[in-house]
Design a protein around this ligand. Structure first.
Ligand code: UDP
Length: 319
């Protein structure tokens, strides 16, 4: 098939492109390199089935042409990373809402299937773990910038579901939990690349808050296989799916693991949230997905342990 990936030079997008090429598809990528990079796709640039356009999805003529040429669209282009979101809220809200709006509008003209990538952030501060797809969203006030990301992605979900119900556009919605692997940059705040780079450089490993908050980390290839599986399954259309790992680890335990696996002598320090992000920053204590829906439909089951995930990031940064 001919497949379009918006944000295909990003961390997850580039792994997805790689996997689709391996499966024999022809892959088209559009990316404005705002958080993605040419480095991420350099190894597939020479593949005759790979085509890339460096442009924004808000360039409607370019996007329309690509949508017309492809049969399926994986929409990954977005502003991501908590640090980036807190620092550039206007860009986050506009990119995430307008970008999805135009992708859905253009896809709808030719009724092309769209897989939307949303986020576990939409569960917000809910303490009702594990999070099920039909659970309530519990978000903080509009004065706290972090929640604009969850809100903008929730609008994307509403819009996609509306296109499906009102106009019959085939859409699949995925909520991606913390994802890690080679090529992820720590520049936008993501914890594992940050910790690994700090540990390898002998710099302090920076735990934000008390370190008792927990997350579940999934290897990027487990995520991309799930995205492909869901995009191919007819019963996934019009549905929302969590994609994540259900093994939970605190950030403090994570710091210790990274220190041990890198054999680093870095000290582990704690930094208050207000200093790490901005005053009044709100974090969630736990974030655990219920993955039974994707498991029941496509047999989704993460394969990589947290230790192996960390090792893969260590070898990437050592290279
Ligand atoms: N975090 C940390 N040190 C860092 C970067 C992040 O302690 O250098 C914490 C962050 O505050 C959050 C968790 O690690 O509690 C996961 O952060 P990340 O930005 O990777 O993803 P999030 O789950 O916040 O979207």
């Amino acid at each position: 098939m001919k497949i379009l990936i918006t944000g295909g030079a990003g961390f997850i997008g580039s792994h997805l492109a790689e996997e689709l090429l391996q499966q024999g598809h022809e892959v088209f990528v559009i990316d404005d390199l705002s958080t993605g990079s040419i480095e991420n796709i350099i190894h597939i640039k020479g593949n005759p089935c790979f085509h890339y356009t460096i442009d924004s999805i808000t360039n409607l003529q370019v996007l329309a042409e690509l949508v017309d040429r492809c049969e399926v669209i994986f929409h990954l282009a977005a502003a991501v990373g908590v640090k980036l979101i807190v620092e550039s809220p206007v860009n986050t809200i506009e990119t995430n809402i307008y970008g999805t709006e135009v992708v859905l509008q253009l896809a709808n003209k030719k009724k092309k299937k769209v897989l939307i990538t949303s986020t576990s952030e939409v569960y917000g501060k809910s303490e009702n773990v594990p999070f099920g797809e039909d659970d309530d969203m519990i978000l903080g006030p509009t004065t706290k910038g972090r929640w604009s990301y969850a809100c903008s992605k929730a609008i994307d979900e509403f819009l996609a579901i509306a296109y499906y119900r009102e106009k019959g556009l085939p859409v699949v919605i995925t909520r991606i939990f913390n994802t890690v692997g080679p090529r992820q940059t720590g520049r936008y705040g993501m914890v594992i690349p940050n910790f690994v780079q700090q540990a390898l450089a002998g710099q302090p490993i920076t735990i934000y808050g008390d370190g008792k908050q927990s997350r579940c980390f999934t290897f990027v290839k487990d995520v991309t296989s799930a995205l492909i599986g869901l995009s191919e399954h007819p019963a996934a259309v019009g549905e929302v799916f969590n994609i994540g790992n259900d093994r939970e680890i605190t950030i403090e335990q994570l710091a210790l693991l990274v220190k041990e696996q890198t054999k680093s002598s870095s000290p582990i320090i704690t930094i208050p949230y207000d200093e790490a992000y901005q005053e009044g920053f709100e974090d969630m204590r736990r974030r655990v997905p219920d993955i039974s829906k994707a498991h029941n439909l496509i047999g989704f089951k993460p394969t990589m342990s947290i230790e192996d995930i960390i090792d893969s990031v260590i070898s990437y940064y050592k290279q």
